[in-house]
Design a protein around this ligand. Structure first.
Ligand code: NAP
Length: 289
């Protein structure tokens, strides 16, 4: 029975929490997957005031909400209220998915694995490659702890240099020596991009509505670079447009978004959702098709 068409007594609830939450694509993607598999679930969003986070977590248990996605600003601060965090999410220091097993809340982070799948499915093997990451926030941390397993070297540049240094130090501790954290400056970017095989942008510059902005100047891009922008709205950011013009291989953020959602969905329901349907619904919603 489709939850979209008919909510009944046994309908199970999945949700995303954040503050704000109106921009989230998760209800669109997940309800499309629920409908396609004809499951008796519904996926909703909750805008939670930060002061109410602890009570919201109690509410997941009290109301038997089966699966929860977590977005900004709660990915880190929710961890202390949960019953079990998987080791990768512990290292990343953030969770994006919670599963409620009869009142026991387990959490994971599927962002990095979703990004890794997107890169590999696009044919971009990152083993032994030099990766330059712009940003040191939640997305950068999720990606770097996954890519560090195979990359040759990862350099993180961030506006707040100490966050980049902290991440590089943690990566060194887990994986070895080849990680550096640096300040976000034109000079450093120019030097580091020459040595990079893959550039990954995780800073929100270029995200809707500031679609005419790019985090870096197009002049420093070179054609042997793979450019991955985790931003998915717009589908083709200014950075990606510039990279295409320069002859770079590119990847936008939509596949990562769909993959992290599909991994969560599978964990909650034990069923593989149709990622093509999830992706098309988001494209349709964003008015890009
Ligand atoms: P976050 O934890 O808040 O981190 C934001 C990062 O961007 C920080 O490193 C911050 O630097 C930097 N930054 C912000 N504004 C900047 C500016 N004007 N100039 C230079 N640096 C700036 O956020 P997040 O969770 O990592 O998310 C970042 C982006 O990734 C968002 O656009 C989000 O939508 C996207 N995302 C996409 C996916 C996907 O599935 N495709 C998944 C997760 C996130 P400071 O440390 O100096 O503040």
């Amino acid at each position: 029975m489709s939850a979209i068409n008919s909510i009944t007594g046994p309908t199970l609830i999945l949700c995303v929490i954040g503050h704000p939450i109106e921009h989230s694509m998760s209800p669109i993607m997940h309800n499309a997957a629920i409908k396609d598999l004809n499951l008796n679930y519904i996926y909703v969003s909750f805008n939670i005031l930060p002061k109410n986070l602890r009570n919201a977590v109690k509410g997941f248990k009290a109301l038997n909400i089966k699966g929860i996605n977590v977005t900004l600003p709660f990915k880190q601060r929710i961890m202390k209220y949960l019953d079990e965090i998987d080791p990768l999410a512990q290292k990343i220091g953030a969770v994006n998915t919670i599963k409620n097993d009869d009142g026991f809340l387990r959490a994971k982070n599927t962002d990095g694995i979703g990004a890794k799948m997107a890169l590999l499915e696009a044919g971009y093997d990152f083993s032994n490659k030099n990766i330059l990451i712009l940003g040191a926030g939640g997305a950068a941390r999720a990606l770097s702890f996954i890519l560090a397993e195979n990359a040759n070297k990862i350099v993180i540049v961030n506006r707040t240099e100490k966050r980049a240094l902290k991440l590089a130090t943690e990566l060194k501790k887990s994986y070895g020596l080849n990680f550096e954290g640096k300040n976000f400056s034109n000079k450093i970017l120019e030097e580091e991009i020459k040595k990079a095989d893959i550039l990954i942008n995780t800073i929100p510059t270029g995200m809707y509505p500031k679609i005419n902005e790019s985090p870096i100047s197009s002049e420093i891009l070179h054609e042997s670079l793979i450019v991955f922008d985790v931003i998915y709205n717009p589908l083709e950011t200014k950075l990606i447009k510039n990279a295409i013009e320069k002859g770079c291989k590119t990847l936008g953020g939509l596949d990562m978004l769909v993959n992290q959602g599909a991994l969560a969905f599978e964990w909650w329901t034990n069923l593989k959702p149709n990622r093509g349907i999830m992706k098309n619904k988001v494209i349709e919603y964003l008015g890009l098709k």
